[in-house]
Design a protein around this ligand. Structure first.
Ligand code: F6P
Length: 422
């Protein structure tokens, strides 16, 4: 089935852009979904593509008469404040939008009964915020009634809403867009995909991911040193990432000290893991394991869901620690296990320089998209370009690691672990 990559607009663009840009992007410009030669040939001259992001020469909203609102939802993520700052600066200085509200505590901030009064955002308010992790707006998990949220936006005469968040947030944004469609409102809703998990479809990299990978290097190095510091040492590091193994995978390759990485996409049997570990201990006298929090849920079944509808994952890290200790105990092979769970520390840090660049460009392109009247979309990166992705496509599923692809091959080449763990 071919997907619909078209982006909805709230109306015709009639205003000239106030931007001094040498590179206005033409509406017909696109970025191929599959950039390989074989993919192009398979598409027989009609390759599917995503709309290219960037400033438009004609815009829909009159900047001087427009009001913008922004909201951050879900878990913390490095770069939230960078995106807030970028949105405010580009709206204010490049387009001249001077009424910008920062909605408090996620979608709660769009429901009047919570009484979370919005923050008035100006360049002075956001000037220094990118230097800190967290979000100056606060956040919350869970959906709210789209009809109440649209009432709020209508009452406050908001023209464009920027939703900074992951999968759950963009699902909420989609519900808001649908309610607006029903009411025939010309309000733009533009998403900035945020998550350390990097699990958003049609976007190569979400902001915060790179920082989380960088922050994971500290515990992995610690685990390696601890494991090597004793005879038969085994260091185990558990990393976040929910049901996708991107953080664990990238952190493993970056570190090059890891001997076994377990991710949700690769099922494993304890027997195979023990056999591999025993061989490693007998030959090298130490081992480092990285386990993604979503790995091995067949051994520690998840228990219910959280407010955002995400599975409450079983604790595979502690399970493994116990199972490995017991196994080597039974084999009369003395080992020392050092277990490290850096938990939230990898996501509460300020963004790395590279993530900050991504955040600025995401924010900038989100503003261009909103000013040109686009809606029901998120900004992402595809084949190295910023693109517009229909929100309904982005939230259809979660991005996972293709274990038959070259990224996973790099993991096998880097760690030396067997491909098949069952
Ligand atoms: O989605 C981001 C994330 O940090 C996941 O990696 C992790 O499983 C989850 O959020 C933790 O969320 P909470 O803030 O609800 O504990």
């Amino acid at each position: 089935m071919t997907e619909d990559y078209r982006i909805r607009r709230v109306g015709q663009c009639t205003f000239d852009s106030p931007l001094d840009s040498a590179v206005f992007t033409d509406d017909s410009e696109g970025v191929l979904i599959d950039a390989t030669v074989s993919g192009y040939q398979r598409a027989r001259g009609e390759p599917p593509y995503l709309e290219k992001a960037g400033p438009r020469e004609k815009i829909f909203f009159d900047p001087a008469a427009s009001r913008a609102a922004l909201v951050t939802c879900g878990g913390l993520c490095p770069g939230l404040n960078d995106v807030i700052r970028a949105l405010v600066m580009v709206l204010w200085y490049r387009y001249g939008v001077k009424e910008i509200s920062g909605l408090r505590y996620g979608f709660e901030g769009l429901v009047s009964s919570y009484n979370h009064e919005p923050l008035v955002l100006t360049p002075e308010v956001v000037e220094e915020i990118h230097k800190d992790g967290g979000t100056i707006l606060g956040t919350s998990r869970g959906p709210q009634d789209p009809s109440l949220m649209v009432d709020f936006l209508q009452e406050r005469k908001i023209d464009m809403l920027f939703t900074i968040g992951g999968d759950g947030t963009q699902q909420g944004a989609l519900a808001i867009t649908r309610e607006m469609e029903k009411r025939d409102l010309a309000i733009s809703v533009i998403g900035a995909p945020k998550t350390i998990d990097n699990d958003i479809l049609f976007t190569e990299r979400t902001f915060g991911f790179e920082t989380a990978v960088a922050m994971s290097q500290i515990p992995i190095t610690g685990a390696h040193l601890e494991a090597r510091g004793v005879k038969n040492g085994i260091g185990i590091v558990k990393l976040m990432g929910r049901e996708s193994g991107f953080i664990a995978t990238y952190a493993t390759i970056a570190s090059s000290d890891v001997n076994l990485v377990l991710i949700p996409e690769v099922p494993f049997s304890l027997e195979k893991v023990f056999a591999y570990l025993e061989e490693r201990i007998m030959t090298k006298r130490h081992a480092v394991i990285v386990v993604a929090e979503g790995a091995g849920q067949e051994h520690v079944p998840p228990q219910g869901t959280d407010a955002s509808g995400n599975k409450r994952l079983g604790d595979i890290g502690l399970f493994l620690k116990k199972a490995i200790t017991e196994y080597f105990g039974k084999r009369n092979l003395p080992i020392t296990v050092r277990y490290i769970d850096p938990s939230y520390t990898i996501r509460s840090a300020p963004a790395t320089a590279d993530d900050s660049v991504l955040c600025f460009q995401l924010g900038e392109n989100a503003v261009h998209a909103a000013m040109s009247g686009r809606t029901g979309m998120i900004v992402g990166i595809w084949n190295g370009h910023f693109v517009h992705i229909p929100t309904q496509l982005a939230v259809k599923d979660r991005k996972k690691i293709d274990t038959s692809g070259l990224l996973w091959q790099s993991v096998l080449d880097n760690t030396g672990q067997p491909r098949n763990l069952t």
